[in-house]
Design a protein around this ligand. Structure first.
Ligand code: FES
Ligand code: FES
Length: 177
């Protein structure tokens, strides 16, 4: 059992909403999100920093939340997949994954989308190689990487106002400069 005196009071902003919570020093961020805040869109695939299913944005930077302590989030902003868009207004990354069929079972998808969001925010016009390199810390067990890459390129085009065109075999992105 943990003595209440061992707990730390932290304030963390998750998807724009501040939360003041008491946490054990050893609590992982992913467990705070999933069990403490019931944000189960953040998945646990390996628990060993390999798969990226638990990726969230930490002040805009992708981090693997199975590798961070909850106390490290004190005073910081976390974005989970639940905060990426809404049913009425999907984020371009969510639109891209829908239009380009960027998911199969969907287990890796929340982490993929958050990594992709940071990638296209920092690099408005990524090449296919940029996307593959940027997503290299996120594993897909369904091995659908081709459509994931297309989804991220589509999202970059949408977010930054490039032109997205259809060629009859799915949507492709043009307008790279
Ligand atoms: S669950 Fe965190 S990297 Fe796999
Ligand atoms: S879509 Fe199944 S693990 Fe990626």
């Amino acid at each position: 059992m943990t003595d209440a005196a061992d707990e730390h009071r932290i304030t963390v902003t998750v998807n724009g909403e501040p939360h003041a919570v008491e946490v054990e020093p050893r609590l992982l961020l992913v467990h705070l999100l999933r069990e403490g805040l019931r944000l189960t869109g953040t998945h646990i695939g390996c628990d060993t920093t390999n798969c990226g299913a638990c990726t969230v944005l930490y002040d805009g930077t992708p981090v693997k939340s199975c590798t961070m302590l909850a106390v490290q989030a004190d005073g910081h902003e976390i974005t989970t997949v639940e905060g990426l868009g809404s049913l009425s207004e999907l984020d371009p990354v969510q639109e891209g994954f829908t239009i380009e069929h960027g998911l199969q079972c969907g287990f890796c998808t929340p982490g993929m989308m958050l990594t992709a969001k940071a990638l296209i925010t920092n690099n408005p016009n990524p090449s296919e190689e940029d996307v593959r390199w940027g997503l290299s810390g996120n594993l897909c067990r369904c091995t659908g990487y081709q459509n994931i890459v297309k989804a991220v390129l589509w999202a970059a085009a949408k977010q930054h106002g490039h032109v997205a065109e259809t060629n009859g075999q799915g949507t492709t992105v043009s307008g790279r400069t």
